[in-house]
Design a protein around this ligand. Structure first.
Ligand SMILES: CC/C=C\C/C=C\C/C=C\C/C=C\C/C=C\C/C=C/C(=O)SCCNC(=O)CCNC(=O)[C@H](O)C(C)(C)COP(=O)(O)OP(=O)(O)OC[C@H]1O[C@@H](n2cnc3c(N)ncnc32)[C@H](O)[C@@H]1OP(=O)(O)O
Ligand SMILES: Cc1cc2nc3c(=O)[nH]c(=O)nc-3n(C[C@H](O)[C@H](O)[C@H](O)COP(=O)(O)OP(=O)(O)OC[C@H]3O[C@@H](n4cnc5c(N)ncnc54)[C@H](O)[C@@H]3O)c2cc1C
Length: 642
């Protein structure tokens, strides 16, 4: 199963080898539990381990393999981030995709050797989503052949970029490029921020940390201001766009090609989210198979809480989602790598499809991951609320994904643009022009769903039902939009008035893609036992998801009430079938105790002993009487007794 999850036998084996090596290297372990550290201590601890990793990485992993690097990061540095999180996730990808060969030769080897630390500075205090209204300017000075970076007012301060505050000395900075008083829109520039020897900010740069966040606090998200700060013309990233010495602007082959670093993260973060969801579920499911509370049959002893149907219903559909996201994520990364290769050689024809797909997936996956992790936390009762479970930290980090790389509502609306264009093709009889991901919009469906009507139809009728509701909602939202415009409404106003319906269409389309990715994977599996276990999980997935969106299929009578009862019964049937495999389905992700960082979810299952040991090690318990008591509470009580 691990081979299915991680993509191959080899990958699963390598993960085990890497975990085993790390287990033997105490210098790479947390020196004490992270929840007992201050933010400063965590940052220090992370930098310590990061430095050792830079020295020893080659002994543990193949540093050119992103999957091995990601696993190493998760084990050693953990999901709360590290001082170079953005260096690998955005800085290097931005340089790789957007710098010219000459620029790459100059900067990439230095970045890869970690001679310099970089980040991606785009968002500002006043604007994140609306890139067209960013305020930082890069004005070309023809006389010196330099760009002058400037922050005209407080709202133009860069705000949020990870590791910008304290760790990075370089950044890819996005600024509006102005040449001879003409604004060419946002463009990426390579900018040195700090002196390479002293790490002091360079003159003209104001920089710092934005303060503690809901989670992800090892990362020093930062602010940055420029006071007429000059960089050479050749620091504009020039793979696709060029500015010649005389100020001549050569435009890129696609207007949004400079957005590729964002698409990179959107494509890769899906499996990252799946891992966080599976981690939380692993903790909760292990704990639920140890925790005994109450009886189902009063004549019998107390049961493991995992025997309760409500507990299974809380956890198992999310287990199915974690697998589904992992499989959909693997497909998306493949597509991304393909499009990136094409893009580098000038073929931009697939960019719109990739953008639409990643925008939808990013939104649905992060939202459902958040839901699933929070349910996992509640499924642990009181102990879920303790940092000993570590689930609240996992939640805090994962939920950030709903906001970063494009706020979810906004990204759903990006997919909706693509769906509306596709709907227009269908309506004008040009269905043959539809891309493969939306081809179903042009296919006529049966008048009613055939779920429960055709024996042994596998998952076909489910997929057709998802296609039907997605198509119907897309066409309905598009009709609403076109209708408003026909009535004379301005395009943007009409769009806003339909945006809730449009986003519903985007979610349904994305959920269809996820279901199809799961079906595709299960169909490929040769090992009969693995296929059986994943088929059960897929049954739960399609029935649970369909029940969740049933109103769309009921409103036009595509599903009947009796079919809905059948679907509901299937959910209950598969909850029971999955119960014996539940812990194994999560243990198959092979998270080590080091990586999971959960006292509650340790592999040994000694929950109570581990919790008591953990509580005793709390810094508050170093002394029996705290100074808060001697200084305040004791005098208060004494005064009251007089
Ligand atoms: C094995 C694993 C290995 C590695 C692991 C890697 C990753 C680990 C996982 C997780 C990451 C962990 C930690 C990182 C944590 C945080 C990092 C966070 C970073 C950031 O947040 S960076 C800042 C991100 N900011 C945004 O995302 C801003 C969002 N806004 C936008 O993107 C745009 O403004 C928006 C909304 C798309 C609109 O753009 P614009 O106004 O310019 O365009 P229009 O709306 O007018 O649209 C015009 C047209 O262009 C199309 N389009 C837009 N974007 C794209 C694109 N990217 N590609 C192609 N086409 C695009 C759009 O659809 C329109 O087309 P149309 O006219 O409809 O045809
Ligand atoms: C943990 C974390 C890490 C980050 N890391 C980085 C980084 O490394 N580099 C970087 O540059 N940035 C980073 N960011 C910033 C992040 O990319 C932005 O916060 C994000 O893009 C959302 O933009 P915003 O904050 O401007 O939200 P806003 O756009 O102000 O969103 C506020 C509300 O307005 C709604 N809204 C906005 N526009 C529209 C619209 N057109 N239609 C409908 N609704 C709309 C949104 O849906 C939301 O409900 C990070 C953020 C976080 C939380």
């Amino acid at each position: 199963m691990a081979a299915q999850i991680w993509g191959s036998e080899k990958r699963a084996r390598r993960r085990r080898e890497i975990s085993a090596k790390i287990a033997q290297m105490p210098e790479l372990h947390d020196s004490k539990p992270l929840p007992f550290m201050t933010r400063e201590e965590k940052i220090m601890e992370s930098a310590r381990k990061l430095t050792i990793l830079t020295e020893k990485m080659g002994q543990i992993i193949d540093p050119t393999d992103p999957a091995e690097l990601y696993h190493l990061n998760n084990e050693v540095l953990g999901l709360e981030g590290n001082p170079m999180a953005l260096h690998g996730v955005m800085f290097i990808p931005a340089l790789s995709a957007q710098a010219s060969d000459e620029q790459q030769a100059k900067w990439l080897p230095r970045a890869l050797r970690r001679e310099i630390i970089g980040t991606y500075a785009q968002t500002e205090l006043g604007h994140g989503t609306n890139l067209q209204n960013l305020e930082t300017t890069a004005t070309y000075d023809l006389a010196t052949q330099e760009f002058v970076l400037h922050t005209p007012q407080i709202t133009a301060l860069k705000w949020w970029p990870g590791n910008l505050g304290k760790s990075s000395n370089y950044a890819v900075v996005v600024a509006h490029m102005i040449i001879k008083a003409k604004n060419y829109g946002p463009h990426p520039f390579m900018v040195q921020l700090r002196d390479e020897k002293t790490h002091e900010p360079l003159p003209g740069i104001t920089i710092g940390d934005i303060g503690p966040k809901m989670a992800y606090n090892i990362v020093d998200n930062g602010f940055l201001g420029f006071n007429k700060y000059r960089i050479p013309r050749t620091n504009l990233l020039m793979r696709h766009t060029k500015v010649e010495a005389d100020g001549t602007y050569i435009k890129p082959p696609h207007a949004k090609i400079n957005y590729s670093a964002m698409v990179h993260v959107r494509a890769y973060m899906l499996t990252g989210q799946a891992i966080m969801l599976a981690s939380a579920l692993n903790i909760a499911t292990r704990y639920s198979s140890v925790r005994r509370q109450g009886q189902i049959d009063k004549s019998q002893p107390e049961v493991k809480v995992l025997e309760y149907q409500t507990q299974q219903h809380r956890l198992f559909p999310s287990i199915a989602r974690a697998y589904a996201f992992q499989f959909a994520g693997a497909e998306t990364v493949k597509l991304y790598e393909h499009v990136l290769k094409e893009m580098k050689s000038g073929n931009v024809s697939l960019m719109a499809d990739l953008h639409a797909l990643t925008s939808g997936l990013k939104s649905v996956v992060t939202y459902q991951t958040g839901e699933g992790i929070e349910q996992a936390r509640m499924a642990c009762g009181g102990h879920g609320y303790s940092m000993a479970s570590y689930i609240s930290e996992i939640y805090g980090v994962a939920i950030g994904g709903c906001t970063y790389e494009g706020e979810n509502m906004v990204m759903l609306l990006q997919l909706a643009r693509y769906l509306v264009k596709s709907a227009a093709l269908v309506k004008s009889g040009q269905s043959s022009k539809l891309g493969p991901l939306v081809a179903y919009l042009g296919v006529k469906s049966e008048p009613t769903s055939l779920i429960d009507r055709i024996p042994n139809s596998g998952f076909t009728e489910y997929v057709k039902t998802f296609q039907h509701v997605s198509k119907r909602q897309t066409l309905k939202a598009a009709d609403m939009f076109f209708g408003l415009m026909e009535k004379g409404e301005k395009r943007e106003i009409a769009w806003n008035k339909c945006s809730v319906e449009l986003n519903r269409a985007s979610r349904l389309h994305t959920r269809l893609f996820i279901v199809e990715a799961f079906v595709r994977r299960v169909n490929e599996i040769a090992d009969i036992r693995i296929k059986e276990a994943l088929t059960d999980l897929l049954h739960l997935h399609v029935n649970y998801e369909l029940l969740d969106i049933a109103s769309y299929a009921l409103e036009d009578g595509f599903l009947s009430a009796s079919q809905l009862d059948y679907i509901r019964d299937q959910v209950y049937l598969y909850l029971g079938k999955i119960r014996p495999n539940a812990v194994s389905l999560l243990d198959s992700w092979e998270f080590s105790d080091i990586e999971l960082r959960s006292v509650l979810g340790r592999r040994d299952g000694n929950v109570y002993e581990n919790l008591f040991k953990w509580a005793k090690s709390s810094p508050l318990n170093k002394t029996d009487v705290l100074s808060s008591v001697t200084q305040y509470l004791k005098p208060m009580m004494e005064k009251a007794r007089l």
